[in-house]
Design a binder for this molecule. Structure first.
Ligand code: PLP
Length: 473
């Protein structure tokens, strides 16, 4: 499999190069070159994942791939990995049975093994992963990379902004090669500091001379994207009929994975983006205008609080049938003016396959309550947006699969308020009350007393120093 840049100005690479570099040198994202042939799902999740890796990471030897899959899947609490819970024609595809209780685990338990191999092949002693997180990515990266030889992770999280559970998932995460550090400020400050570190040529040179490749492992990496295709193919095997999907959307990685599953032959008809109040993607799907010039809302679905959804660039590539000039033009407009409008033919294709909707924080809580009252099912706030959006769409008569992207026990304060109207400020107390009210066993309660390993707080200016000290160069 060859990968090309969406911007058309970088040489094609194989999967190990794309894994290590993440982003193409022309600023574009790597996409598979040429048309994707159908891929029949295997008889199990594992078999499907192995077949998928054989296709997308074909320059990695089979024994390495098989071993990576075994190690990744061993981290899941469900034998089915991503089980479906169905109520009539609506199913929740539960993607939260991995180590950090959110869907990012599916890719992040696998990616470190693939990266480790890619680095070894390239003669790189250490892959040093630097990441800024608003919550779910940081802990998933730390859990995924913990104790993987030849890799290290340093996560910067905002001192204000993450939930207490999310913070503890990071600062209590075991693994000699992983670390987390708070940064003074909000997520934007953390993100800006990490971006500045990647642009710091002194730092990169020092890292290189210490045998260390600075890498981000963020959601544009092909090693994050393609493993996610697996659960849609697995779901297609179980349903064995045409179906629609609704995916809670932030950076657009998860919905794009469903789109790739469709290219690979999964009978997915309608793809729906479910946005929160930061509804850039929803508006884009409805109008063809991507407009990031708008206020940023802090919501009760923090993992979708995002205005620039980087994986949309891969969709643009598909909608223009690989027209890199158009993709470049629109991305340049986004950078310069904060918005772009796609061409009529591209918009026509978008409308043919995609729909979209969104929910306010209040509507999100109403949806949580509605799902509980109708089906006695606890859907996390992100998942509940999918439910709300689905019920506004015209019925198709086909089964619908809502991607359940996180466990409700990751967001107990919102869950409790939605179900009972009670607002508690302590997450562990809220989890206890939620469990008492619903009669369901809580999860993640061990975090309350877990020993805390990382207490560092850094200012933006001292981030490079923290990186040097942590990685030892
Ligand atoms: C990351 C995340 C999302 C958004 O997924 P994208 O692939 O960025 O669109 C939605 N829900 C939860 C719980 C997440 O952690």
């Amino acid at each position: 499999m060859e990968y090309r840049s969406t911007r058309g100005l970088a040489p094609a690479v194989n999967s190990t190069e794309a894994l290590l570099t993440g982003i193409a040198p022309d600023g574009g994202l790597y996409v598979p070159a040429g048309k994707l042939e159908p891929l029949a799902p295997g008889a199990t999740f594992r078999a499907t994942m192995e077949a998928l890796l054989a296709r997308f990471f074909d320059d990695i030897p089979e024994n390495v791939r098989t071993d990576a899959v075994s190690q990744a899947l061993a981290r899941f609490r469900s034998a089915e990995i991503t089980p479906l819970t169905s109520f009539g024609g609506t199913s929740f595809l539960e993607l939260f049975h991995g180590p950090t209780y959110a869907f990012k685990d599916v890719a992040l338990t696998l990616l470190p093994h693939l990266m480790h191999y890619a680095a070894k092949q390239a003669g790189i002693r250490n892959v040093c992963v630097l990441t800024a997180t608003s919550g779910d990515t940081g802990s998933a990266a730390m859990q995924g990379f913990a104790n993987i030889p030849g890799t290290r992770v340093l996560v910067f999280y905002p001192q204000t902004g993450t939930s207490e559970i999310q913070r503890r998932q990071m600062v209590c995460c075991p693994g000699e090669n992983v670390a987390a550090c708070a940064i003074e400020g909000n997520f934007d400050d953390a993100q800006a500091a990490v971006k500045a570190a990647f642009a710091n040529t002194d730092l990169a040179a020092q890292a290189r001379s210490a045998g260390c490749l600075l890498s981000s492992a963020n959601s544009i990496n092909i090693g994050r994207l393609f493993p996610q295709v697996c659960y849609y193919l697995d779901c297609a095997r179980k349903l064995a009929c045409p179906f629609d999907v609704v995916v809670p959307t932030g950076n657009f990685g998860n919905l794009l994975a469903a789109w790739y599953a469709r290219q690979l032959g999964a009978p997915i008809e309608r793809l729906t983006a479910a946005s929160n109040q930061n509804r850039v993607v929803c508006d884009f799907v409805r109008t063809g205008l991507y407009d990031a010039r708008r206020p940023f809302h802090v919501t009760n679905t923090p993992s979708m609080d995002i205005l620039v959804s980087s994986n949309v660039e891969r969709l643009l590539w598909a909608l223009t049938e690989g027209n890199a000039i158009e993709v470049r033009t629109w991305e340049a407009q986004l950078k310069a003016e904060g918005s772009f409008r796609i061409s009529p033919p591209a918009f026509h294709r978008l409308k043919t396959h995609f729909t979209a909707g969104w929910a306010t924080p209040e509507e999100t809580e109403s949806a949580i309550l509605d799902i509980w009252e109708r089906h006695a099912y606890l859907a996390d706030p992100h998942t509940a947006i999918g439910w709300k959006v689905l019920h506004e769409l015209p019925a198709t008569g086909r089964p619908t699969v809502i991607a359940a992207t996180a466990s409700p026990w990751k967001f107990p304060i919102t869950m409790l308020r939605a179900l009972t109207g009670k607002s508690l400020s302590d997450e562990f107390a809220a989890a206890e009350a939620l469990s008492a009210y619903t009669g369901r066993p809580p999860a993640l309660t061990d975090l309350k007393t877990a020993p805390c390993r990382f207490t560092d707080v850094t200012a933006r200016e001292t981030v490079p120093e923290t990186i040097r000290r942590t990685f030892g160069f």
